[in-house]
Write a protein that binds this ligand. Structure first.
Ligand code: HAM
Length: 409
């Protein structure tokens, strides 16, 4: 779990602000849900046999002995809120986005933390493949707008309750024929969650399953059409992608389209964003039969990718230096007037020497400094010093606020 410190937080703010702007263009509204939820919500949605539910949840009993869990992801809580508040009654399409901390008890490494942040979006109510493409187009637009082009889009289809069971049987039979070559974890889970075996990182498992049957070769006609339409629309919008038939997501609620934005710059944590369709989820949680699709971006991973080009912290526009004790209070009033007018102004609150004050103005990278002493107060005139080139401009104290508001804009 990380502290996000001044100097780093500017990158976070930039990424968050850009997301708000772009997501709103596509008609998404923000939703904020609580950090803890009933544990049962995640068991029913993410799936009992997933790594998240089996091993990674921060679960505790509250004082009334309710089993609570710090949310490991955002989709299930958003669906819970959607059902509870009947948000789907307002329009036939519901578009929501969220941003906040998630918790998974994973082994920490670069790009993988126990408290991390997701920026996610969900669309409810549309089965049409155009919405799958639209969601991917929004992701593409967002990454372009924040200047990250080192990611590539991989897509897959995981079929639906009509076609997946038959594929699952074919896959289980295939895995059974190579059971001895699989790692103990895969030997244990191949019957309960055979798709996960395709995602196992152990080299032996990868080698043993190179020619495993793929879901996309066993899609029913409806899923096949859906998947090809998604691709057709992606081509029409000129969004580059590749089909990765081995992509399996770590959550059980997915059907049909799934996708990841991957990078080769973060070691083994290569997914910067991921998502897919979850048509049965809302109904499974007790709501109406609403199709859904969405994604979540891992903000820490995005910050790591953005990392090298740090966003410069905001610097003071002007530093007011008080010359002599009598000038400290007027300097304080002047600084406060500037701040109230929206100008980033600073001063030293404890009457230090003029030299020490100007040293601090330098350290803070203030754009201008202004020395206020008895003389300036009496004449109502002062010198505004440009800290970059040392030039001084005479200014009237009465007009300073207006002048700096203008320079600040
Ligand atoms: P997920 O693949 O589990 O999907 O997580 C989405 C993204 O969150 C990952 O691609 C990664 O960038 C980031 N992430 C996950 N775990 C960690 C971690 N321990 N440390 C840092 N970053 C992490 C979901 O959570 C789905 N709810 C996405 C979704 C939304 N599907 C449909 N709608």
């Amino acid at each position: 779990m990380n502290d996000i410190l001044p100097g780093e937080v500017e990158t976070w703010q930039f990424l968050e602000q850009s997301a708000r702007e772009i997501f709103e263009i596509y008609g998404f509204s923000e939703i904020r849900t609580p950090v803890p939820e009933k544990t049962e919500l995640f068991c029913r949605s993410i799936g009992e046999t997933t790594d998240i539910v089996e091993k990674e949840m921060y679960t505790f009993a509250d004082k009334s002995q309710n089993s609570m869990t710090l949310r490991p992801e955002g989709t299930a809580p958003v669906m819970r809120a959607l059902i509870q508040n009947r948000l789907y009654n307002q329009d036939s399409v519901t578009k929501l986005y969220y941003l906040g901390p998630m918790f998974r008890y994973e082994r920490p490494q670069k790009g993988r933390y126990r408290q991390f942040h997701q920026l996610g979006a969900e669309v409810l109510g549309v089965e049409d493949p155009k919405i799958d493409t639209q969601v991917l187009a929004m992701l593409h637009h967002y990454f372009r707008s924040i200047g990250i082009d080192s990611v590539s889009l991989q897509i897959n289809s995981l079929g639906c309750p009509q076609c997946r069971p038959a594929y699952r049987e074919i896959l289980v039979a295939y895995l059974e024929s190579r059971l001895a070559a699989l790692c103990p974890e895969c030997q244990r889970r191949y019957l309960v969650n055979p798709l996960r075996v395709l995602d196992c990182k152990v080299p032996g498992c990868r080698e043993a399953t190179t020619d495993a049957p793929a879901m996309i070769e066993h899609l029913c006609a409806d899923c096949e059409t859906h998947f090809s339409q998604v691709q057709k629309h992606l081509v029409a919008l000129e969004i580059p992608f590749e089909v990765n038939s081995r992509m399996v997501r770590g959550l059980d609620y997915y059907v049909r389209t799934t996708f990841e934005l991957v990078t080769d710059q973060l070691g083994s944590q290569n997914a910067v964003a991921a998502g897919g369709r979850y048509d049965g989820l809302v109904e499974g949680l007790g709501g109406p039969a609403l199709p859904g699709i969405g994604f979540a971006i891992g903000l820490e991973r995005l910050v790591l990718l953005k990392g090298s080009e740090k966003i410069a912290p905001r610097v003071p526009v002007v530093f007011i230096a008080a010359l002599g004790d009598a000038a400290v209070d007027p300097a304080f009033v002047l600084m406060s007037q500037l701040q109230a007018a929206g100008v980033r102004a600073e001063m030293d609150y404890q009457s230090k020497s003029l030299k020490a004050q100007l040293r601090r103005a330098n350290k803070l990278n203030a754009r201008y400094s202004l020395v206020l002493g008895d003389e300036e107060i009496a004449s109502g005139q002062a010198q505004l010093k440009n800290m970059a080139d040392g030039t001084q401009t005479p200014v009237s104290l009465a007009g300073l606020v207006d002048l700096l508001v203008e320079k600040n804009s």
